[in-house]
Design a protein around this ligand. Structure first.
Ligand SMILES: Nc1ncnc2c1ncn2[C@@H]1O[C@H](COP(=O)(O)OP(=O)(O)O)[C@@H](O)[C@H]1O
Ligand SMILES: [Mg+2]
Length: 398
């Protein structure tokens, strides 16, 4: 069983690459399901057929299924009771009903519901590989830790409180807050349990891989670097980075010269940013990638003779460890072409990141390193090079 998640900003190519990956996998004989919760229905566009909210077999294909998750329907059907309860809580506080519904809709709900779907289909055992388009920004992934943090205790607490609910019902008019019904409580517990199972699936490195998709432009890369760090912190294996929409070498039209130069610069930046992950480049096609023929062509260019279900990389690129005085962040540096790193000459904070300038035989190179949140409240101490790795030290002054 394999679960492959693609992440990257909107428009980077997640849907197209997910569909192409799934197509290739099904051709290799894997029973494959691709899940999308993209409200723009891009997988229907990609496969040029109507994909339903239940697994839909792609016509003319063997072993290939797709599902378009409808988050609103899912929430109503599965978590409606909880949602209604939250709304009733807000209303009892005097909130207008329209506003109460607005606020009760959890942030990242769309992305989240498709994560919950993964549990359903992994446990169904009907598929060999599940490919998920539209994955959460790194930020949303932390939701999978909710049950570990508060789930078991919350669930236990709720189970304890459950028998008291009937008593609470009598007290409710006096205290003024609606008591959760038994239904709400059991759904709440169930949700926490599903989240717990989701976490076990996602942190299993033999099962789940997160893959990063970026375009060679200014915004894609640094944002994904943060997702990469968060995934490392959350113990999720990231095994591949894909640079999509690269203008092919053979395009010689002078109109694209500026674009090509800029892309070359960002591709080099990506090599450094995602090292030691394997990085694949995918060319910008001559048209939008729609229909099985083009998807299949794209899948071939991306994976060639490889099996997309393989685990491309195992390990953590960025390590965060506690040291005697605080925190140590270790970042591997990419090998430089025929030259060497010499020394760290400047380290300073740049927003949520750290800017590190390192001198080399061929001049200075600047690196932006994403930092875990806890480092923001610590004092930056020093940085040094050790065996091709950059070690950054923070002092905990609390
Ligand atoms: N390599 C490529 N060459 C040409 N067009 C591409 C390529 N990759 C993606 N596209 C197009 O870019 C648009 C956005 O791709 P999509 O997969 O929907 O992105 P996302 O799911 O990340 O938002 C679509 O119109 C798609 O056909
Ligand atoms: Mg999409």
């Amino acid at each position: 069983m394999r679960v492959i998640f693609y992440t990257g900003k909107g428009g980077s190519g997640k849907s197209v690459i997910s569909c192409a990956t799934a197509l290739k996998l099904s051709e290799l004989g894997y029973e494959t399901l691709v899940i999308s919760s993209d409200p723009a229905h891009t997988i229907s566009d990609a496969f040029e057929m109507q994909i339903q909210h239940t697994p839909t077999e792609i016509s003319g294909r063997d072993k290939l299924w797709a599902i378009q998750v409808d988050p609103i329907r899912e929430v109503r059907e599965k978590y409606g009771v909880i949602q209604e309860y939250i709304v009733s809580l807000f209303k009892s506080k005097g909130l207008d009903e329209v506003l109460a519904y607005e606020i009760a809709a959890l942030p990242n709900m769309t992305e989240f519901i498709s994560l919950l779907k993964v549990v359903e289909f992994v446990e169904s055992n009907n598929y060999d590989v599940i490919v998920l388009d539209t994955v959460p920004s790194g930020e949303a992934l932390k939701n999978i830790y909710l049950p570990t943090l508060l789930g078991s205790t919350a669930a236990k607490l709720i189970k304890l409180v459950a028998p008291l609910v009937n008593i609470a019902k009598v007290v409710e008019p006096i205290v003024g807050l609606p008591t959760p019904s038994k239904e709400v409580i059991s759904e709440d517990i169930e949700l926490m349990e599903i989240l717990g199972r989701l976490k076990n699936i996602i942190v299993d490195r033999e099962v789940t891989s997160l893959r990063l998709i970026a375009n060679p432009d200014a915004f894609s890369i640094q944002n994904l670097r943060r997702t990469h760090l968060l995934a490392n912190l959350y113990d999720i294996n990231v095994d591949l980075a894909i640079m999509n929409k690269v203008i092919p070498e053979k395009v010689s039209d002078s109109y694209f010269k500026g674009w090509k130069n800029a892309q070359e610069k960002y591709l080099t930046e990506a090599e450094a940013a995602f090292h030691p992950l394997p990085i694949k480049r995918l060319r910008l096609f001559q048209s939008e990638v729609k229909g099985v023929r083009l998807l299949s062509e794209l899948g071939d260019e991306l994976f060639g003779d490889e099996d997309p279900a393989e685990v491309y990389f195992e390990g953590k690129a960025i390590k965060v460890m506690w040291s005697n005085h605080g925190l140590e962040v270790v970042v591997p540096l990419p090998p430089l072409f025929a030259s060497k790193y010499k020394d760290v000459c400047e380290v300073e904070r740049a927003g949520e990141d750290l800017s590190v300038v390192i001198s080399t035989d061929i001049g200075e190179v600047r690196n932006f390193i994403p930092l875990p949140t806890i480092a923001h409240i610590m004092k930056l101490d020093s940085a040094k090079l050790l065996n091709g790795e950059l070690h950054i030290y923070f002092i905990d002054e609390r």
